[in-house]
Design a protein around this ligand. Structure first.
Ligand code: FAD
Length: 508
């Protein structure tokens, strides 16, 4: 008994690298261990410098922890958070509470909306954590200089909780966090990816990490714990298609430059944690594929909210334009060429342009007005044509069906009865040209799978019990969105989970 105790104390002073603990049931005998020379000791190690990681680092620092941040990439501006379209859903923020409509929200309603949208495939632990803490996290960002936001109704959210800014850009969050990191004198060590978790299987505790590459490694001991905030896996076509085979060869793949899921696979290898929900991604039905697997997305809902229609190549509606965005995506597989089109007339285009700038309509990355004009002239993905005949000739859409569809739609506007898809809000008939149309395929921009956590954001091991001293935050967590991601919940979740994990890790 005594020798076992002594052995463990000695071990905790030096550490142990486990190699090969691949899956549930791995026997202790199969784990090869070697002693670790610690190069540094801190209280908390944060892996990743997106919204989740930087938020966690600030919170842990403010709770008096000594924090080290390691990142695979080159800059917080090369992350998914920076690329993001900027919608942040939150319940209970000061901004939401100041609005009579916003006051109707509750964390329970928020959680229910997330789970219903995701076909009840969400895991309630991260969902509850998000719904309960999102207002606090948003308020923290606001108090620390976040650009002015307003509340925007958003498809899939039954209450007013989408916090939006004029820039439509995640850079606003990164700006705040980069400034706060500098004020705290914290350094981000770039080009230092996670290489290993240093783990004591006997106590089920993460002791630290090895980070680095190309012969430049550091073993860092984390006395309080490690926050894994290494993002998702849509950053490379290879990692996206590894987990989601049905998007192979199609649409746009976009994500933080280093987000290839390697850290998740290291967690499987070193800790034996299970990964979950890996086949689910946010796939928007609005990628404008312009260059291989690249291209911006079209916020088509600004067009459809102003009288535009969603059509397939046959010139026919195939869904209610009011349907949740990610719920439309699976239907694309059944449309000719796997794509669809947003279509409007001259008056509809004018109404749309009063609501959104053209560079935000075709955004992420935003096209300036000059590029949009150029693409209209190219007539490959964007068309502006005086007549329906010309539009169909140039785009290949079926003219006869399109004429029929317009007639049916205009009757639906007149009678108030959309016999095709049951809409009740149609106000504008399709009238005179020029007609505007944008072709859209899938836009695969965030993954919904990763490690499982409890409500405190401790990572769960193979036996669904928390691994000691290991927390996760952001897109690296499985299951918050379930089968479908609802807009704003990923940016909101990244910052909120970072906020919670950064506070909890120091309590260890
Ligand atoms: C184009 C685009 C638009 C989006 N728009 C929205 C939106 O409008 N609203 C919304 O809610 N969500 C949106 N999202 C999703 C949302 O932005 C992300 O889910 C969220 O920002 C993820 O934050 P994160 O901190 O978890 O990951 P990231 O911000 O990607 O940060 C991950 C960090 O981990 C680092 N890293 C990766 N691998 C390793 C490793 N092995 N070792 C060490 N470090 C590593 C990366 O370099 C990076 O610093 C969008 C995503 C994209 C790509």
């Amino acid at each position: 008994m005594e020798s076992k105790k002594l052995g463990r104390r000695k071990f905790l002073n030096t550490g142990l690298i486990t190699v090969g603990s691949l899956c549930a049931g791995t026997s202790q005998a199969s784990i090869q261990a070697s002693r670790v020379e610690w190069n540094e000791t801190v209280d908390v190690v944060v892996l990743g410098c997106g919204g989740a990681g930087l938020m966690a680092a600030c919170q842990a620092h403010d709770a008096k922890a000594k924090v080290a941040i390691f990142d695979a990439g080159k800059s917080p501006y090369h992350t998914a958070t920076s690329l993001c379209g900027g919608v942040f859903t939150a319940c209970g923020s000061r901004l939401q509470k100041s609005d009579p409509e916003g006051q109707k929200d509750s964390w329970q309603q928020f959680a229910e909306d997330i789970m219903a949208y995701g076909n009840y495939m969400s895991l309630k632990e991260p969902v509850y954590c998000f719904a309960k803490n999102s207002g606090l996290a948003y308020d923290w960002l606001e108090a620390n200089g976040l650009a002015k936001h307003y509340l925007e109704p958003y498809l899939g959210h039954s209450r007013l909780r989408a916090h939006r800014q004029a820039s439509f850009s995640g850079r606003d969050y990164v700006d705040v966090l980069v400034k706060q990191i500098a004020l705290r004198d914290l350094k981000i060590r770039h080009g230092m990816p996670l290489n290993k978790f240093i783990f004591d299987p006997e106590t089920n505790t993460v002791l630290g990490v090895r980070c680095g590459k190309n012969g430049n490694f550091v073993n860092v001991r984390a006395t309080k714990g490690v926050v894994m905030a290494t993002g998702g896996f849509t950053g490379t076509v290879e990692s996206l298609e590894r987990w989601v085979p049905n998007v192979a060869g199609k649409g746009v793949a976009i994500g933080g430059a280093c987000n290839d899921g390697t850290a998740l696979m290291i967690a499987v290898r070193d800790l034996g944690v299970p990964l979950s929900h890996m086949q689910y991604i946010a796939s928007y039905p609005c990628g404008v594929v312009t260059n291989g697997r690249n291209g911006p997305y079209c916020r088509y809902w600004f067009v459809t909210n102003n009288g535009g229609l969603l059509l397939n190549k046959n010139g026919q509606r195939f869904v209610s334009e009011k349907e949740g965005i990610c719920h439309i995506t699976p239907l694309l597989a059944f449309q000719p060429d796997g794509c669809h089109y947003v279509f409007t007339d001259s008056a509809g285009w004018e109404r749309t342009m009063k609501k959104i700038q053209v560079g935000a309509l075709i955004g992420i990355p935003a096209w300036p007005a000059s590029r949009v004009e150029k693409e209209f002239k190219l007539q490959k993905n964007l068309w502006k044509c005086d007549t329906l005949e010309e539009l169909c000739e140039k785009s290949g859409m079926n003219l006869q069906n399109l004429r029929e569809q317009i007639k049916t739609w205009n009757q639906a506007v007149e009678s108030g009865n959309d016999t095709q898809f049951g809409r009740t809000d149609q106000k504008w008939k399709i009238g005179e040209g020029p007609y505007y149309m944008v072709r859209m395929a899938t836009w695969n921009n965030l993954s919904c799978g990763g490690v499982r956590v409890n409500e405190d954001l401790q990572v769960l091991g193979w036996d669904m019990k928390p691994i000691q001293h290991l927390y996760a935050a952001g897109e690296t967590i499985a299951g918050v969105h379930g089968a479908y991601y609802c807009g704003g919940n990923a940016c909101g979740f990244a910052h909120t989970s970072g906020f919670v994990a950064g506070r909890n890790v120091v309590k260890a």
